[in-house]
Design a protein around this ligand. Structure first.
Ligand code: AMP
Ligand code: MN
Ligand code: MN
Length: 319
């Protein structure tokens, strides 16, 4: 039996489902999880959905239907019958919900990270899938469950964010076929696009100006990097979640193949890496305990920004 069939059997055979996505969830994590949450409700199947603390969503995702139907991680079942994780490459990315995953009778992993370590009992893992939302779509088709408009909005969010608005190389015929199907549900395309990719508070734009001003280009390594401190966030009144798209500006530098944004947090540094050539940034992130995809990866470190930046630089070949 293939993994889609195993996952479909686990889901249809269960009385209730506990759904969770990776910490600091992005559009694909939230979209793929909430889509299945909506469809469970439509099917009369009990489900809860959550992600680890900090239990907040970035300002880009507040339009997602179903954010009022989620459960605080503290109220998540400690030993679910069937638990499904979304867009989460390892148990570590589940934070405090990893304990529930380990205690579940059956754990179904729905993910597309190249670095996924297949930590489930059933692993619906396909690194060639453009988004975890693509895998949820395959799963739902296999289950024979009809889509709803809410689920379609969530699934569309997953694919449009993980393909960078249908621009990255993961934008396959399957993605366009899926988008074509989802578009039948009267999607608010323009409003979603504006909120996901364009709209920011003015103060964030000022923070971006500072971040671009201090960006460093290493022409030998074809590497561009910048950083944001907790002091910067305070000064501009910007939340960490608001800065998710900064890397997409930095990686525009023509002189660089690899780009990096480092963000100071209470416990260390969060790092985003991107490659526009064939550098495998997931491999680099893995050496720092993180993961991701070849062209987009990340990790967290308990070391300060300057040290982490130096270590990344040292991991890149000079040419
Ligand atoms: P980001 O730069 O946060 O947008 O993340 C880019 C990619 O790297 C996404 O696919 C993330 O799931 C993955 N990623 C980011 N941070 C981590 C981490 N600490 N551990 C594993 N994977 C990560
Ligand atoms: Mn994600
Ligand atoms: Mn994803």
């Amino acid at each position: 039996m293939d993994e889609v069939e195993l996952a479909a059997e686990a889901i249809s055979g269960s009385g209730s489902l506990a759904l969770a996505c990776h910490m600091l969830p992005d559009g694909d994590a939230l979209g793929s999880m909430l889509a299945l949450h909506h469809l469970c409700r439509a099917q009369g199947k009990a489900s809860v959905a959550s992600w680890p603390e900090p239990f907040v969503v970035g300002p880009h995702y507040t339009y997602l239907p179903g954010l009022d139907l989620v459960t605080k991680p503290a109220d998540f079942p400690s030993a679910p019958e069937v638990m499904v994780t979304f867009d989460c490459g390892s148990l570590g990315r589940l934070g405090e919900l990893a304990a529930s995953a380990e205690a579940a009778d059956l754990l179904v992993v729905v993910d597309h990270h190249a670095t996924n370590d297949r930590y489930g009992g059933v692993n619906l893992v396909d690194p060639d899938a453009a988004a975890s939302a693509v895998l949820v779509y395959r799963l739902v088709r296999h289950l024979g469950w009809p889509l709803t408009r809410e689920a379609a909005i969530c699934l569309y969010t997953g694919i449009v964010t993980d393909t960078g608005r249908f621009q990255y190389s993961n934008t396959t015929p399957e993605v366009f076929a899926m988008a074509n199907d989802l578009a039948r549900y009267d999607l608010p395309i323009a409003a979603m696009t504006r909120q996901l990719f364009e709209e920011h508070r003015f103060t964030y734009l000022k923070l971006v100006a500072l971040a671009l001003e201090r960006a460093e280009l290493d022409t030998d390594r074809r590497f561009v990097a910048t950083w944001i401190t907790t002091g910067d966030l305070e000064r501009f009144g910007v939340e960490l979640e608001e800065t998710e798209g900064l890397i997409d500006l930095v990686r525009r530098a023509a002189e660089a193949d690899v780009s990096c944004v480092l963000k100071e947090t209470a416990d260390g540094t969060r790092v985003s890496l991107r490659a526009v050539d064939d550098t495998d940034v997931a491999a680099i992130a893995t050496t720092f305990g993180g993961g991701g995809h070849r062209a987009a990866a990340g990790f967290t470190s308990d070391r300060p920004i300057a040290e982490v930046l130096e270590a990344i630089r040292a991991a890149l070949p000079a040419r």
